[in-house]
Write a protein that binds this ligand. Structure first.
Ligand SMILES: [Zn+2]
Length: 108
């Protein structure tokens, strides 16, 4: 079964697999088709760029590379650690993300 990604832009996530395990970062971008997320200061790669009109010399640019979302877990602000999330329907019909441990709303 394919798991659904409950991570959104601007979420705080902790890396739980790979070489960046244990680091915490803010989600910059979510690519639902490719199942990848881009996280601030995580998985930095060096890109060699060709000279262009903007950057006449070209050179090496450091930037984040997306990782698979299964390698990151959402942080609960109350538990202060990465937690599993469930969707809960509120009285007004809206679905909100809730921490499975403490039932705290993740979405403000
Ligand atoms: Zn919690």
């Amino acid at each position: 079964m394919k798991s659904k990604c409950l991570i959104k832009k601007d979420d705080k996530v902790k890396i739980v697999a790979g070489k960046e395990t244990g680091k915490i970062g803010k989600v910059l971008k979510v690519n639902r088709k490719k199942e990848r997320i881009l996280i601030e200061n995580i998985n930095i790669i060096k890109r060699h760029t060709r000279p262009s009109a903007k950057n006449k010399q070209g050179g090496i640019v450091e930037s984040e590379a997306p990782i698979h979302w299964s390698n990151a877990m959402l942080m609960c602000n109350k538990c202060m650690k990465p937690v599993r999330i469930k969707l809960q329907r509120l009285e007004d019909g809206k679905k909100k993300r809730v921490c499975r441990k403490c039932n705290e709303l993740i979405d403000a």
